[in-house]
Design a protein around this ligand. Structure first.
Ligand SMILES: Nc1ncnc2c1ncn2[C@@H]1O[C@H](COP(=O)(O)OP(=O)(O)OP(=O)(O)O)[C@@H](O)[C@H]1O
Length: 247
């Protein structure tokens, strides 16, 4: 039997902003080496969940562990790397300057590591000669690839990517998806990503959790969820599940 290590454990996660309860019971586990998707419509609570897991939001109720630690401790230990949804490279710097800037930040004075991180990031970004151009001259897809390279350059234990392909055209989104699956396989990075695109998640993720209205509805492989609901695809499974929980 294959031994699976639990990297993320979320049990009955709840979060209030003022009087409003935004997360009302989120449950899921992510295992080592998976590409795991949090999927749900706008406002479901995906970003809030990821911000808690990345150690940015520190007040919440319930159990949240990353590699057996609090998210904050895991982040400080360099185990987590987080890519927020609305993040961009520095326009005035070239691609390579952007990567070097972050590599120096992450390597904390270790020159060998700086070069190693930059080399890894160049491969992930896969921008060819354009890596020498200013980021202001990049397309949206190129910028996103640079940011993903920045996020993954240290080969973290857990990479948290908030809507990595949002606002990308079909071809750029496919390219970014390939990058994510490649790096997960090659570097053994566990990836936790959010999306409201069920078809994308079905293609990309080993397992998913569906959330709506701050609650997790079901968790499993896309095929398990589709079979369980007796439908054709994840989108239909989500709609059917939502109807069932509302009746
Ligand atoms: N800092 C905050 N203060 C108050 N309410 C917030 C805050 N952050 C998020 N919310 C609310 O929490 C709910 C969930 O937001 P969240 O961004 O987590 O959803 P999401 O699933 O990521 O949505 P989207 O797909 O649109 O990005 C929304 O109703 C949002 O308005």
């Amino acid at each position: 039997m294959i031994k699976t290590e639990t990297i993320v454990d979320v049990t009955d996660l709840r979060k209030r902003f003022g009087q409003r309860e935004i997360l009302k019971g989120i449950n899921f586990n992510v295992f080592s080496g998976e590409v795991f998707g949090i999927v749900g419509p706008n406002g479901a609570g995906k970003t809030t969940t990821l911000r808690i897991l990345s150690g940015i939001i520190r007040s919440f109720e319930g159990k949240v562990e990353v590699a057996g630690m609090t998210p904050q401790k895991a982040r400080e230990s360099g185990l987590i790397s987080y890519m927020p949804e609305d993040t961009f490279p520095y326009d005035r710097l070239t691609g390579i300057e952007n990567l070097r800037f972050y590599a120096e930040l992450y390597a904390r004075g270790d020159k060998r590591k700086v070069n190693e991180y930059v080399d890894t990031a160049i491969k992930i970004a896969d921008l060819g000669d354009r890596i020498q151009d200013k980021a202001s001259e990049y397309s949206r897809g190129m910028k996103r690839r640079l940011i993903i390279a920045r996020t993954l350059m240290t080969s973290p234990k857990l990479a948290i990517l908030d809507e990595p392909t949002s606002a990308l055209d079909v071809e750029s989104a496919i390219n970014v998806r390939h990058k994510i699956t490649d790096i997960a396989k090659e570097k053994g990075v566990t990836v936790l990503l959010s999306s409201h695109n069920m078809l994308e998640v079905e293609y990309l993720c080993n397992r998913v959790v569906m959330i709506e209205g701050g609650r997790s509805l079901m968790e499993g492989t896309p095929k398990e969820l589709v079979d369980k609901m007796g439908v054709q695809n994840l989108e239909e499974a989500f709609i059917k599940m939502t109807r069932l929980t509302q009746t």
